[in-house]
Design a protein around this ligand. Sequence first.
Ligand SMILES: Cc1cc2nc3c(=O)[nH]c(=O)nc-3n(C[C@H](O)[C@H](O)[C@H](O)COP(=O)(O)O)c2cc1C
Length: 186
Amino acid sequence: MAAPGGTGPIGPFPSRVESDEDREQYDKLRRRVLWSLPYGLYVCGSRAGDRRNAMTINWVTQLSFEPKLVGIGVERSAFTHELIAEGGVFTLCTIARDDRAIVRKFTKPVEVDTTARTLNGFGFHDGATGAPVLNQAPAWLDCEVRHAVEVGNHTLFIGEVVDCGFQAAEDTPVLRMEDTRMVYGG
Ligand SMILES: Cc1cc2nc3c(=O)[nH]c(=O)nc-3n(C[C@H](O)[C@H](O)[C@H](O)COP(=O)(O)O)c2cc1C
């Protein structure tokens, strides 16, 4: 996934950057530097009323240990954004390194089968908040939104962990961005 399409170089620019060509080059350089930041990779579940969704996400971090707060950066145009803003809950699932194919399945609109209890064919169950947890996630967090901070074209949803668990051995190797060829943001 590359940079947002259709936009020219985005400022601000350092003073050494003077020409249009310099700005283009700086824009590309900054993207590569941002892509080099290490990240994990997760599936974020969301729920509002009867509507459920799950999407691949890497902008995830713990933000406080008392209370236990976790922040996620969600694109304002994503369906997930609509559900989290409305439902006020989200889940985060880690992905086993051997299951890396999952992340590609959750970068497109999700097909929910509430009878078979599947999201794009992957079994799920509802967490305490009602948001979906993938059955094959090695570990999961269930969160209630405490703050929503608008940051550029994303919203930083800050959730308090209200439940969590392991569904596989605690030392199961989990997927990180560097295990894939994918990039996001930059
Ligand atoms: C590797 C990777 C990481 C991603 N990380 C994020 C992220 O941190 N935040 C975000 O809003 N979208 C992220 N996305 C994009 C969403 O997965 C994608 O826009 C998805 O289609 C949104 O789904 P939705 O509209 O069904 O909610 C990422 C995509 C990929 C491939």
